[in-house]
Design a protein around this ligand. Structure first.
Ligand SMILES: Nc1ncnc2c1ncn2[C@@H]1O[C@H](COP(=O)(O)OP(=O)(O)O)[C@@H](O)[C@H]1O
Ligand SMILES: [Mg+2]
Length: 237
């Protein structure tokens, strides 16, 4: 559904992404892993047009979207939930959701509250009063209110307690099962979150894709995990 071929991005003269190609099928969740500074955030931002990039081709449902503006990409349903979450502190939870609502979106305020009951309890609280976990839930729900086809999640579980991480993983699983025709790219330092949610994984290193495989393949490949993610499974001796 979304295809990226030969994408490069630069910050000034320094190259941040080189020759990135990836595919995302409808309803699929894909993990994007890699150490700090590997280029994960840059890649997500370049897909929504927030970072200047050059592409061989970029298509959504076979349509060339490579020249589209940030606004047009967003209206076409390519939606980023940024790592800084972007909750508006001066507005209530409900207002944060309402301003994101888009005509034609199949995801309503009611759906947001069913997905995250905590947000319903907190509906009249100001964004500034929320815990980190509640802010993340709000950021995801707000992204859903735009009626996305492709949801790009940048470090949704960063800094959160295990029980909250589980709530977020469960909610994302539910979203996929409910079939909003939704595809998700999830960036997370927590490899278990990516392995649990996504069927396939890409690993970035120094702005290049250095590994692509199913989650089962990556889970079994301790060498790759060690080399590119610094995951130490121990030698057992
Ligand atoms: N706004 C920016 N200006 C210049 N360089 C940047 C900017 N944002 C990120 N970089 C650089 O681009 C590279 C990739 O960063 P980033 O995409 O944030 O990685 P990740 O999300 O994987 O940690 C890093 O070397 C980083 O220092
Ligand atoms: Mg990042």
């Amino acid at each position: 559904m979304l295809t990226v071929r030969h994408l490069d991005a630069h910050y000034g003269k320094s190259r941040a992404l080189s020759d990135i190609s990836l595919d995302l099928a409808e309803g699929e969740i894909v993990g994007l892993l890699g150490r700090n500074g590997a280029g994960k955030t840059t890649l997500l931002r370049s897909l929504v047009g927030l970072v200047q990039r050059q592409v061989g081709s970029l298509t959504l449902d076979g349509v060339d979207i490579s020249g589209w503006s940030v606004d047009r990409l967003s209206r076409a349903g390519i939606v980023l939930v940024p790592d800084y979450r972007g909750v508006i502190g001066a507005l209530t939870v409900e207002q944060n959701l309402q301003i994101a609502e888009r005509r034609g979106s199949s995801f309503s305020l009611h759906d947001a509250y069913v997905l995250f009951p905590r947000l319903k309890q907190r509906r009249a609280s100001s964004g500034a009063a929320l815990s980190g976990g509640e802010q993340q839930m709000l950021a995801i729900a707000r992204g859903m209110m735009c009626g996305p086809r492709v949801l790009l999640l940048d470090e949704p579980t960063e800094g959160l307690a295990p029980v909250i991480i589980q709530e977020i993983v469960d909610a994302l699983t539910k979203l996929q099962m409910e079939g909003h025709r939704l595809s998700i790219v999830i960036v997370d330092q927590n490899i278990d979150v990516c392995l649990n949610l996504a069927g396939r994984q890409y690993i970035l290193e120094l702005g290049r894709i250095v590994y692509e495989g199913t989650s089962a393949e990556l889970a079994a490949d301790h060498d790759i995990q060690q080399r590119f993610l610094g995951v130490d499974h121990g030698s057992g001796h």
